[in-house]
Design a binder for this molecule. Structure first.
Ligand SMILES: [Zn+2]
Ligand SMILES: [Zn+2]
Ligand SMILES: [Zn+2]
Ligand SMILES: [Zn+2]
Ligand SMILES: [Zn+2]
Ligand SMILES: [Zn+2]
Length: 315
């Protein structure tokens, strides 16, 4: 809705109009962590009751910070914002406080393994019994990755990848895979560590796996897969990140979508869309055609109508 902000509109008084009382300030940060969801619901109820009199997102953001008191304001001072105008936007603030409540100040450390980090976030979600966890983790990751670097890395496996439209179609494992592509790309192929050239600690050492020299067993060619058939990455044998993952293209297990071998139908004769050659993936599978009353196709793909049209055209 085009709700252009007009700065000249006088601010309306919102206090003392209704009986709903706003929540009281937090006394400690511990209290914030114990009661944030209840507190937030009280606040949103209060806001809903008064929203008819004031819908200004900045003013509501200010109201939130005032009601939270110094504890909330201290937490607020640790947030980073892309735009100055987001600093007091109520919708953004609620999202940031949710994120803080769930993940505290957890961020991926520079050398931390991406998979382990995301795993940790998933555990945090589980501990707090939150239902839309995957969405929250996705939002959290969005605040930490570099969109430009991520897009460049993604283009290695998905040449057509466009951040704005494709990021949300990735599974968390696929996100981790791509994120890792540009954060861990310099690991040494002999020792898996990071060091300056000629300083590899494996030089002069014998591998315990194959008895060859100058590499560690964790990077032993007998134990290490390059350009994996299932994920497209390089990793230790049996440590494929795509293991147990469901491909978003064909719904089969154990590979990422960019390694999908299933045949794509460009234009399905039942639904008219493009999807993997698997009848169970057809969006018209359970559709009852309004034209012929049979199940399994959409009316524009109905044979009966086709004949009817032909007859019409002939007459
Ligand atoms: Zn090395
Ligand atoms: Zn070896
Ligand atoms: Zn793999
Ligand atoms: Zn697939
Ligand atoms: Zn179809
Ligand atoms: Zn039909």
């Amino acid at each position: 809705m085009g709700n252009s902000q007009n700065k000249n509109v006088p601010k309306r008084r919102t206090e003392n109009v209704y009986n709903v009382t706003p929540p009281t300030p937090f006394m400690t940060e511990e209290e914030f962590f114990k009661t944030w969801y209840i507190w937030k619901n009280d606040f949103l109820l209060f806001k809903r009751t008064l929203i008819g009199t004031n819908s200004d997102k900045q003013q509501w953001g200010n109201m939130l910070l005032n009601l939270m008191g110094p504890i909330g304001q201290n937490i607020h001072s640790t947030f980073t914002f892309n735009l100055q105008s987001e600093k007091e936007n109520i919708d953004i603030l609620i999202q940031k406080f949710d994120e803080y409540y769930i993940f505290s100040e957890r961020k991926k450390l520079p050398l931390e393994n991406v998979y382990e980090y995301i795993n940790d976030l998933e555990l945090m979600i589980k501990e707090k019994n939150i239902t839309n966890g995957e969405e929250l983790i996705r939002k959290k990751i969005l605040t930490e990755i570099n969109k430009h670097q991520f897009t460049n890395a993604a283009n290695n496996v998905i040449p057509t990848f466009v951040f704005s439209s494709d990021f949300n179609k990735l599974t968390l494992k696929e996100i981790a895979f791509i994120w890792k592509l540009y954060t861990d790309s310099d690991n040494c192929t002999r020792c898996d560590g990071i060091h300056s050239p000629e300083k590899c600690p494996s030089l002069g050492k014998q591998c315990s796996k194959c008895n060859e020299w100058n590499h560690f067993s964790k990077r032993c060619p007998t134990n290490y897969i390059n350009n994996c058939y299932y994920c497209g990455g390089n990793h230790i044998y049996r440590k494929c990140p795509a293991f147990n993952e469901i491909c978003t293209k064909c719904q089969k297990k154990n590979h990422f979508k960019w390694k999908c071998q299933s045949i794509q139908i460009p234009q399905c004769r039942f639904c008219g869309l493009s999807h993997a050659a698997n009848r169970s993936l057809c969006s018209a599978k359970n559709n009852i055609c309004s034209n012929c009353k049979l199940m399994g196709h959409i009316p524009s793909r109905c044979n009966k109508r086709f004949h009817a049209n032909r007859l019409q055209n002939l007459s």
